[in-house]
Design a protein around this ligand. Structure first.
Ligand SMILES: [Zn+2]
Ligand SMILES: [Zn+2]
Length: 381
């Protein structure tokens, strides 16, 4: 019997040889042959496309079902995801759903509790006991023809679009070797580690504004090289939301493309967390952080702030109760009448705006108290 956690040497070989050829091979090639503009362009285009196949396709469409789209786009995303060489939709989604259902436990394939290395790449390189490696929790996906097709021809699709296609493009301008080094090996290395960083760095660097108990974190910086998936604390809290970065300016190309497609009717049933749920989680998160700090603070600090925190928290709860009732009431009255609905949607928008402003003020006060406690300040306005 194989020793648990011993390394799968085939996997170690492939995940070492690809970056080795990607970096060293491309470096030697550039040293002897220089660079033509088509090569970095090939890298960027194929990196972006395969990255989108993973975030927009594997992750948000298949694993989380956070939106729906046409058959054609599903097939395109399946092909783009295949050229990232990150296994099939079924295996990827099964692992990912385990990660969300049992976060940070032994049933989480890439639990950060087992260390940065394990969460990043170690879990792929190690032999996983058969019981834990089973593809489960994806019955809904198994029925899809696009998923069935990929399961049968995964390597064929990956090699055709991820290797042969860049090679053919390279033949067009007379540098096939350069094209495969830039467009395949270097590109796969980058897309692999961008995805791996979501499991490692996104559970390591950044803030926890939506769930202070989760190891998942939000970082705009990490989102820049993880195709917008750096807003991971939000994602773990609202995994079914098609957005990761919820602010309009938050770097999240998958969100922007899904929005663009939905504008033309090619993406629909976009799932989005309600504003009151988002703000409720923000208040809960800061309240938990305050409770932690207050439980270990000096008596003078605890005596000064505990009642103030309770008061502000209770005020926020009153706002949420009324906000939810109003939201429910107006959402119930949404009918088939488009003109009437416009009015209702406007009303809901105004209710959200009004309540966000109220809760924001409470959040500012709670943030200030947290800062004061961290600095050991005794100030109460
Ligand atoms: Zn995660
Ligand atoms: Zn996810």
């Amino acid at each position: 019997m194989k020793k648990q956690n011993s390394y799968n040497w085939n996997m170690v070989f492939f995940l070492s040889i690809i970056p080795l050829i990607g970096f060293v091979g491309t470096g030697i090639y550039v040293y002897h042959n220089g660079i033509v503009w088509q090569e970095p362009l090939l890298l960027l285009v194929f990196w972006f496309l395969s990255g989108m196949g993973i975030t927009m396709g594997y992750h948000r469409l298949f694993a989380h079902k956070s939106y729906e789209t046409t058959n054609f786009i599903q097939w395109v995303l399946m092909i783009l995801g295949s050229l990232a060489f990150e296994n099939t939709i079924l295996k990827w989604s099964s692992d990912h759903r385990k990660h969300h259902t049992h976060p940070e436990t032994e049933n989480d394939p890439y639990s950060i509790k087992e260390g940065f290395w394990h969460a990043h790449i170690g879990w792929i390189l190690k032999n996983t006991p058969e019981e834990k490696n089973k593809i489960i929790g994806v019955k809904d996906l198994e029925k899809k023809s696009v998923v069935k097709f990929q399961n049968k021809y995964y390597f064929h699709i990956g090699i055709l679009f991820g290797m042969v296609l860049p090679l053919c493009i390279g033949l067009l301008y007379g540098r096939p070797l350069g094209a495969i080094l830039w467009g395949t090996f270097l590109r796969i290395t980058l897309v692999h580690h961008a995805t791996f960083f979501i499991n490692s760095l996104c559970h390591y660097v950044g803030a926890r504004p939506y769930d202070s108990n989760s190891t998942a974190r939000d970082s705009w910086f990490v989102s820049l090289f993880t195709f917008g998936e750096g807003y991971h604390n939000y994602h773990h809290k609202f995994q079914w939301d098609y957005r990761n970065g919820i602010k309009w300016f938050a770097f999240d190309p998958s969100k922007w493309i899904i929005n663009f497609l939905s504008y033309f009717g090619f993406a629909y049933n976009l799932k989005k967390a309600k504003e009151y749920l988002i703000w409720e989680s923000r208040i809960e998160s800061i309240k938990n952080q305050l409770n932690d700090k207050l439980s270990s603070a000096t008596d003078s600090i605890a005596n000064l702030y505990i009642s103030k925190v309770e008061l502000l928290y209770n005020q926020s709860q009153d706002i949420f109760t009324i906000w939810k009732e109003l939201d429910l009431k107006y959402n119930k009255s949404i009918s088939v009448d488009k003109l009437k609905n416009k009015e209702i949607i406007k009303k809901i928008r105004n209710i959200n705006k009004e309540n966000i402003n109220k809760v924001k003020l409470i959040k500012i006060d709670l943030d200030q108290i947290l800062l004061n406690i961290k600095r050991g300040k005794l100030v109460l306005d």
